[in-house]
Design a protein. Structure first.
Ligand code: HEC
Ligand code: HEC
Length: 305
C-alpha cells in the first residue's frame, strides 16, 4: 500500500471516530431553551407523541466505552493504514507461532522415524498413517490419491520405476526431485522415421505392428534411442529413461501417444521436496511410497524362486 492510501485510510478512520464522539455529545446535550422535562419533538400520530429526551446515561457510556476500546485496539493492532500496531501482531506472525508450536510437538516423532530404515518404517502402521496424510496433502495433486498416476505423472504405486525403486533411490527422487529429458526427435527422424520407430516401440510390448515398419524402426532405434533407452528398450534408471517393453506408460502407450513422445519429446519434472517438507518428512514419505508397491515387490520376489 502506498503511503498516500495508508494516510487516506487512517485519516478517514479517525475522522469517523471523532464524528461519532461529536454526534453522541450533541444528542446527549440538553440544548438551552429546551426547558421542560418531557418536551416533545412535535411529532404526533394517532395520539402517540414522540418525546425529545436525551439518551439514557448507561447507553451513552456504552458508546464511549466502545470508542475507547476501538482507539486502544487501533494502537495495539494493525488497523490504521500501514501502521502495524505496537504489539507487532500480524496474521502471518500468528500463523508462524502456530506452526512453531505444532512443530515442537511433532518433530521428536519425525526425528525418531528418521532413525529407522525405510523398509522397516514402511511396516510401521502409525508412521504410514502419517505418511498417507502427508501424501494426500503434498503428492496426490500430481500422482493421484492412491499414487496410481495419470497422463504425464507416473504411477508410483506399482513396482515399475523410472529412477529406481530401492529405498535410497525413492528417497532421492522425493528429496532432490527429478528432471527427465526426452529430446524431441521429430526433426532428426522426419515423419516417416517417427512412424517407423513408433511402430517398433509399439511392438516392444508384445503388440502387432506392420513388419516392414518394425524392422526399419529397429535400426533407427539402435542408432537414435538405444543410448538412453538401452539396446533392447529396457530403459536406464540413471537417466530416468523408462522401460519401453512393459505395459506401464507415463504418457500413454497408444500409437498416437508414442508418436507424440518421439516427435515432440517429454520433460517430466518431479519437484524437490527437501526445502518444502524437510528431510524427516521426506523420509516418512519415501517409506510410504515404498509401502505402496510392497505387495508387488513380494510377489516378484516370490516368483524369482
Ligand atoms: C537423451 C536420452 C533419450 C533419447 C535419445 C531418447 N529418449 Fe525417450 N525418453 C527419455 C527419457 C528421460 C524419457 C522420460 C521422459 C519423462 O519422463 O518426461 C523418455 C520417454 C520416452 C517415451 C515415453 C514413455 C512413456 O512412459 O510414456 C517414449 C515412447 C520414448 N521415450 C521413446 C523414445 C524413442 C523411440 C527414442 C529414439 C527415437 C527416444 N525415446 C530417445 C530419454 C531419451
Ligand atoms: C507437480 C507435480 C508433482 C508433485 C506435487 C509430486 N510429484 Fe512426484 N513426480 C512428478 C513427475 C512429473 C514425475 C516424473 C518425473 C519424470 O518424468 O521422470 C515424478 C516422479 C516421482 C518419483 C519417481 C518415480 C519413478 O518411477 O522413479 C517419485 C518416487 C515421486 N515422484 C514421489 C513423489 C512424492 C512422494 C511426492 C509428494 C511429496 C511427489 N512425488 C510430488 C510430479 C510430481
Amino acid at each position: 500500500m502506498s503511503s498516500f492510501w495508508s494516510w487516506y485510510i487512517a485519516i478517514i478512520s479517525l475522522a469517523n471516530i471523532l464524528a461519532c464522539v461529536w454526534l453522541i455529545r450533541w444528542t446527549a446535550k440538553k440544548r438551552p431553551g429546551e426547558a421542560a422535562e418531557h418536551e416533545t419533538t412535535g411529532h404526533e400520530w394517532d395520539g402517540l407523541r414522540e418525546y425529545n429526551n436525551p439518551m439514557p446515561r448507561w447507553w451513552l457510556w456504552l458508546f464511549y466505552i466502545s470508542i475507547v476500546f476501538g482507539l486502544i485496539y487501533l494502537v495495539l493492532y494493525p488497523g490504521l493504514g500501514n501502521f502495524q500496531g505496537v504489539l507487532g501482531w500480524s496474521q502471518y506472525s500468528a500463523w508462524e507461532d502456530e506452526v512453531e508450536r505444532v512443530e515442537e510437538q511433532v518433530s521428536p516423532l519425525f526425528a525418531s522415524y528418521a532413525e529407522m530404515p525405510i523398509p522397516e518404517l514402511a511396516e510401521n502402521d502409525e508412521a504410514m498413517q502419517t505418511g498417507r496424510r502427508l501424501f494426500g496433502n503434498n503428492c496426490a495433486v500430481c500422482h493421484g490419491a492412491d499414487g496410481g498416476g495419470r497422463p504425464g505423472f507416473p504411477n508410483i504405486a506399482n513396482n515399475v520405476w523410472q529412477w529406481g525403486g530401492e529405498p535410497d533411490e525413492i528417497r532421492k527422487s522425493v528429496m532432490d526431485g527429478r528432471q527427465a529429458v526426452m529430446p524431441p526427435m521429430g526433426a532428426a527422424l522426419g515423419e516417416d522415421g517417427v512412424e517407423e520407430v513408433a511402430a517398433y516401440v509399439f511392438s516392444l510390448s508384445g503388440r502387432d505392428a506392420p513388419e516392414d515398419l518394425v524392422s526399419r524402426g529397429a535400426e533407427r532405434f539402435a542408432a537414435q534411442c538405444a543410448a538412453c533407452h538401452g539396446p533392447d528398450g529396457q530403459g536406464n534408471k540413471a537417466l530416468g529413461a523408462p522401460n519401453l517393453t512393459d505395459d506401464n506408460w507415463t504418457y500413454g502407450g497408444g500409437l498416437e501417444a508414442i508418436k507424440t513422445s518421439i516427435r515432440d519429446g517429454r520433460r517430466g519434472r518431479m519437484p524437490a521436496q527437501k526445502e518444502l517438507l524437510g528431510e524427516d518428512r521426506v523420509h516418512v514419505l519415501a517409506a510410504y511410497v515404498y509401502s505402496l508397491s510392497a505387495h508387488e515387490r513380494e510377489q516378484e520376489a516370490g516368483s524369482d524362486d
